[in-house]
Design a protein around this ligand. Structure first.
Ligand SMILES: C[S@@+](CC[C@H](N)C(=O)[O-])C[C@H]1O[C@@H](n2cnc3c(N)ncnc32)[C@H](O)[C@@H]1O
Length: 220
């Protein structure tokens, strides 16, 4: 298990994603965020945090979103530039830990990436995400749990209570916690994951609730 961000090289993983299906979480997010009435036909904004080589970003763009996609892995930049030439996708190579502002968004997606953000940056990023999400906007994210093999490395691995605390102010459409022994890109692994699909009740409400998280749930 690679123990720190500096050790992690996602280039081989991202190269191997070529040709795979769009992740079900991205499809579910688009379905949950489907505009109705007056909003039909208007291009809305989505954010993909940890976009890899852009399979979900393409899906979001083809579903009517202008997409802001971010990833620290420079190897995906050429594929993302190709995508940006075809679709309304803007890509930046950056560390999510360095983000202090995001565009206002109707949908925020992050597949299997937030756990790689160090704990001391995680709640700052979370707060920035909450501030970006418009009222009624959809959040679709993966977290890793405290019993995941990666727990103890420099990422963020959450207990169920910590996940639930972060969802105060959301209508939780699904919170799917799973634990199993299985395979990872780097070999056998014990997985402990949460997959969250949630709708923001009101951005102001979410922000206020998040700021009042108990100290134990804030950045360590
Ligand atoms: C497991 S991959 C998932 C990629 C893609 N979302 C998918 O579902 O295939 C994790 C992704 O997060 C990116 N990543 C990891 N840590 C990051 C960080 N601190 N800032 C930005 N991106 C990061 C990696 O480069 C990689 O593309």
């Amino acid at each position: 298990m690679q123990s720190s961000g500096a050790d992690r090289d996602f280039a081989p993983y991202n190269a191997a994603q070529e040709g795979r299906d769009v992740r079900p979480l991205a499809r579910a997010a688009v379905a949950a965020a489907r505009p109705t009435g007056d909003a039909m036909g208007t291009r809305r904004v989505a954010i993909d945090l940890g976009c890899g080589r852009g399979i979900e970003a393409r899906h979001l763009a083809e579903s009517g979103y202008t997409v802001h996609a971010y990833d620290v892995d420079p190897s995906v930049a050429p594929a993302m530039a190709e995508l940006a030439a075809e679709r309304p996708v803007q890509h930046e190579t950056l560390d999510l830990a360095s983000i202090t502002a995001l565009p206002a968004a109707d949908l925020i997606l992050s597949c299997a990436t937030l756990p790689f953000v160090p704990r001391n940056h995680f709640d700052g990023l979370w707060q920035t995400m909450l501030e970006a999400l418009r009222p009624g906007g959809v959040l679709a994210v993966d977290f890793f749990g405290d019993r995941d093999d990666g727990a103890g490395t420099d990422g963020t691995f959450l207990t169920r209570a910590e996940v639930e605390a972060r969802l105060a102010g959301f209508d939780v459409l699904s919170l799917d916690e799973r634990e199993r022994d299985g395979a990872s890109f780097q070999g056998p692994k014990h997985w402990h994951t949460y997959q969250v699909l949630a709708r923001c009740r009101s951005s102001r409400g979410v922000r206020r609730r998040a700021q009042s998280l108990p100290a134990a749930f804030r950045a360590r």
